[in-house]
Write a protein that binds this ligand. Sequence first.
Ligand code: TEU
Ligand code: CA
Length: 597
Amino acid sequence: FAQEPWWKEATFYQVYPASFKDTNGDGWGDIPGVLSEIDYLHELGVDCIWLSPVFESPQKDMGYDVSDYQKIYAPYGTVEDVDALLEACHARGMKLILDLVVNHTSVEHEWFKESRSSRDNPKRDWYIWKPARYDADGNRMPPTNWRGYFACSTWTWDEHTQEYYLHLYATDQPDLNWENEECRHAIYENTMKFWLDRGIDGFRIDTVNKYSKRTEYADAPVTEPDMPHQPAPEMWCNGPRIHEFIREMQAKALAPYGAVSVGELSNTPDPAQVLPYVTAAAGELDMVFEFSLIRLGTGGLLSGKYIYRPFALSTMKELVSRWQTFVEGTDGWTTVFCENHDNGRAVSRFGDTSTPQLWRASAKALALWQATLTGTLFLYQGQEIGQTNMPASWGVDEYKDIEAVNFYAEAVRSGDAARVRETLHGLSVLARDHARLPFQWDGSPHAGFTSASSASARRQPPWMRVHDDYREINAARQRGDGDSVLEFYRRVLRLRKRYRDLFVFGTFRLVDAEDEAVFSYVKESALAAEEVPGAPKRKALVVINFTREEQTHPDVGTTLGCKGARCRLLAETETTTSSDPKPGVLAPWQGKVFVNF
Ligand code: TEU
Ligand code: CA
């Protein structure tokens, strides 16, 4: 595997800067905070940090609304702080990638200010402007009936120039016009090369499949007659020129630097549509995040997003299997993740937080699951200590995210009490806010999120409320405790590297797809189990109990085709019952890995 690029076996770790570590007591995490915890990440086994947006921004969407790509949002620090973080990463053999948000800018970006200044401004065409339509009564209407991601029309009227501009997300996030070559060139030069020239190792590329819109700007079919705007992702996802644009970006900006790229690719559940983005031959992206798994339980495509839909384990298995295998036989590559800043916490969604024992057992089960899957592994801050969703007792005003706020307001406006209740329930599981609570460092006030060195300074409360459970769940308490979630992550991340042939590069085969309790799969290596001619390949059987009851798992010898000593237990999450472990039995949320070598 020495020939493989570094990023395939690397463990990536996403830092959400506002909520990671605050070093100056203003209540906001900052880049010096990331620097101060770099050894924590290094010791965990992180190889590459992905830093969510730190650029200058009015923060209407937590920095995914950039007003200047070359400046850092002052509360986060300075360009020099990024340089220092990069240096610290490189000194430890780690890498650093930044978040590239170029589907849209903030309305505060100079480009947009110019574009909206007049219809004949040279940058007018850098954004997407369209004239109004009028209904039979002469009322002004947006150019299309599209609903955006944040529960409103995708169009906002500009009084000054008497046209609408397009925004798939917030009103303050106007979409750039990728059809305009000058605009594309500016993106490569102004945003990408600026940071690549400073030595960063690549980008996580936001909304990578949404740059090429269907330029007819036709109405979407009416699928939700009661709603003023209609779901229309097919109008902007994987559009006619998208592969041309991504190839150009790769050739002009990424390839010259050997920069790694991981694209965020939502609303594309069909492997055949995802493959062209990630096959090496296509020259587009190194890898993408596909969201079928992380969206499990999410309701309808857009308007029903926060109406929770329970799902069966077999559904989850089927999705994992699909995305584990979709690049098989190609030169493409896949990713593994179950958390990010846009979704609820994995242990609250896929695990069991009803007792401390089940919480610990299921957080470790999820760790074992993720660490044994094929592809590049991405962790999200706090996942490694089993951080959970906001407490159910918190009021609705604790949701700060524009998406949660807008969906809740929309439900309230509907006047439908059942819908309000269902939306609140959906938010309690799925809201983006859950992942944005401050990192729980220790049991001191504010969970140690605000660093002690600023004790003399006036400390502001964290921008987002700290979880009530921080005295029980925090990094300090888990560090050095062999039974903790954190130490388990550390161990399985090392195991993943040591047996990279199986876990990172091996093939994946589901065992017992219909079993609704135990998730079992076989990983097969390209290497042989022993150095004799005709020896079978190295294999691993992973069995994970996804319930709070005891379960039996498939027979190891039969599944791996091995006998006696050649079948051994390589790893396990600790048992959670005191009863003697019986062969073939899994305690609640217990996971095990058996190998044939
Ligand atoms: O998200 C893009 C996106 O399409 C969604 O998957 C996202 O999860 C959101 O919940 C839409 O409903 C990216 C960022 O990850 C997200 O934080 C930003 O809000 C968004 O882009 C706009 O920049
Ligand atoms: Ca700060």
